[in-house]
Design a protein. Structure first.
Length: 169
């Protein structure tokens, strides 16, 4: 019997931040396999396309040597189906502040209703990332602020390219 526990860490990753990386590293230390799931449809209007978010997230993980076992795939349909297809029994979510709780509770109950066999677990990021979000990073960058401390290096290059493209350069 296979007793290994694989987990899925899902998100929009528009773009991936050091807060996400922190949770992935914590999960990787505990579980037997971590699969990062990049959601195609999230009800958001992302800056980066699904294909770009998938490629950037993969690049950020590949650039981190300690995460060599972590895989990145796209979620095309339901998260719980994605978890099952990849043999993961657990979904990991980051809880940054009390304000995350209500939304997470709503998603947890819906996911449990959709598939009772998948457990959802929460991890707290390092306190210095507890205020981080992808939209705050995008906002600071697009307003000319420095974001080196908050995102993997590859993300900055992609944000710069995106801005050039949007300006038609
Ligand atoms: N560090 C930094 N930021 C974090 C974070 C962390 N540890 N944890 C969450 N966040 C931020 C994200 O950056 C994001 O910020 P933004 O809103 O400014 O972009 C925000 O918290 C929440 O986003 P995310 O964690 O990406 O979740 P989401 O709400 O965008 O997407 C999915 C949630 C992908 C899990 C959900 O849409 C999903 O499951 N989709 C598949 C379809 C499905 O099954 N739907 C039914 C679900 S009940």
């Amino acid at each position: 019997m296979d007793n290994s526990i694989k987990v899925v860490f899902p998100g929009t990753f528009d773009p991936i931040t050091n807060g996400h990386m922190d949770i992935i590293k914590r999960a990787d230390k505990i579980f037997d396999g971590v699969i990062v799931g990049v959601a195609r449809n999230t009800g958001k209007t992302p800056l980066f396309s699904y294909e770009e978010r998938l490629a950037i997230t993969r690049e950020a993980i590949e650039a981190c040597r300690s995460l060599s076992g972590v895989k990145v795939y796209g979620i095309e349909g339901l998260l719980v189906d994605f978890a099952e297809e990849h043999g993961a029994r657990v979904i990991i979510r980051g809880l940054r502040a009390v304000s995350d709780f209500e939304y997470e509770l709503q998603m947890a109950f819906m996911n449990r209703d959709l598939n009772e066999n998948i457990e959802i677990m929460y991890m707290m990021p390092y306190i210095k990332y507890s205020f981080l979000s992808s939209s705050i990073v995008r906002n600071v960058f697009l307003s000319g602020g420095r974001i080196e401390k908050f995102v993997p290096r590859v993300v900055i290059r992609h944000l710069e390219d995106k801005v050039k493209k949007l300006k038609g350069e």
